[in-house]
Structure formats: structure tokens, C-alpha cells
Design a protein around this ligand. Structure first.
Ligand code: AMP
Length: 185
């Protein structure tokens, strides 16, 4: 978990490689569908262009389907899901149905000025159509209001590793791997 610009996508890809598991990014799946012009993509675009969350029923179903694929059987990493209290419950339900549970939750932290600088840089490099000033501000607000409070619930379950996302990419990866080993055993 972590706000936009904290480096979730970058770190998820590296952790996936380190642990030999797939990284599942709900944002990437939506973007692939938008690009491919699917019905799911058309729906997702309506929300993501404004920085809003795609409705839970749609997102939960997509995650359920993805976690039913063969490559996740020996582990997986979720990037960008869950993002609100409903999705936390949905994920518990999906994992419960599969007979699995979460091993850990990583929260990547960064202050807002740093985030805005990183997102501006990404907007230049990647040209994501939801990196407009309004959509960026909305995504950060949603994170503060709906997503950040979820970390408390995971901390209570003893699953949370909080990691400073500011620094060199390699350094942050090392911090995450160390935090997972230390805090989650
Ligand atoms: P991201 O790449 O994680 O920033 O996601 C890009 C966009 O995809 C978000 O602004 C949302 O519109 C949508 N999205 C990604 N993950 C979720 C989620 N867990 N729930 C709802 N919408 C999501």
C-alpha cells in the first residue's frame, strides 16, 4: 500500500522478482483493458480518468478471477488492492474461499511534496492520461481518506511493515525485504 508516486509499482516488480511470484497490479489490469478497448476498460476509464476508484464489485470480481489463475498458487503480491474498507473485506473473503491468508502488508510512505514531484516526473515520462492535476489531487485525497486508514487494521493483525519510500530504488527494496523479515518473521 502507499499513495500514488510512493513507488509501489516499481517496488512491486522488484519484490516479485526477488520472491519469484507474480505482481498483480489492479491499475495495470485496468490500463491494459482501457488500451485493449474492452468493456471493462471502457467502464474503468470513466472512473480512472477522474482519479476516482472503479466500483468495488467490478474490482473485486477482477481480483477474484486473477487469483484463480494457476501462476498465483505459490504466492503473489497485490499492488493497489485493497484500497478501501470494502475491498479489505472482499479480499479476506476471496482468500478465505481459496484457503489462503495474507503473509504481510507493506506500507510505503512519502510526503506529499515528494509525491507530487515524482508524479509530475512520471507524467512527463509515461504520459498517463490520469496524471492530470485534478485527477492526481483526487487520487491523493482518496488515499488519505479511504486507503491510509486501512493500514491500522492490518497493523492490528500484526501484518504491517511500514517502510520509508524515499531514497534510491535499490535501497528502498532492501528496506522492504528487511522489514518483511523483521516484522513478520
Ligand atoms: P494505480 O495505477 O494503482 O494508480 O491505479 C490507476 C487507477 O485504476 C485508479 O486511479 C483507479 O481508478 C483504478 N484502480 C486501481 N486499483 C483500484 C482498486 N483497488 N479499486 C478501485 N479502483 C482501482
Amino acid at each position: 500500500m502507499g499513495p500514488q508516486g510512493a513507488g509501489k509499482g516499481t517496488q512491486a516488480a522488484r519484490l516479485a522478482e526477488t520472491f519469484g511470484i507474480p505482481a498483480i497490479s489492479t491499475g495495470d489490469i485496468f490500463r491494459a483493458n482501457i488500451k485493449g478497448g474492452t468493456e471493462l476498460g471502457r467502464l474503468a476509464q470513466e472512473y480512472s480518468a477522474k482519479g476516482e476508484l472503479v466500483p468495488d464489485e467490478v474490482t473485486d470480481e477482477m481480483v477474484r478471477k486473477r487469483l484463480g489463475e494457476d501462476d498465483v498458487r505459490s504466492g503473489f503480491l497485490l499492488d493497489g488492492y485493497p484500497r478501501n474498507a470494502h475491498q479489505v473485506e472482499a479480499l479476506d473473503q476471496i482468500l478465505g474461499d481459496l484457503g489462503w491468508s495474507l503473509d504481510g502488508v507493506v506500507e510505503l510512505t512519502a510526503d506529499r511534496d515528494e509525491l507530487l514531484a515524482r508524479i509530475a516526473k512520471r507524467a512527463e515520462l509515461e504520459g498517463r492520461d490520469d496524471d492530470t492535476p485534478d485527477a492526481i489531487a483526487r487520487r491523493l485525497d482518496i488515499y488519505d481518506e479511504q486507503t491510509a486508514p486501512l493500514t491500522a487494521a492490518y497493523a492490528e493483525r500484526g501484518l504491517l511493515a511500514r517502510v520509508d519510500g524515499i531514497g534510491e530504488i535499490d535501497e528502498v527494496t532492501e528496506r522492504i525485504v528487511a522489514a518483511l523479515a523483521d516484522e513478520l518473521g
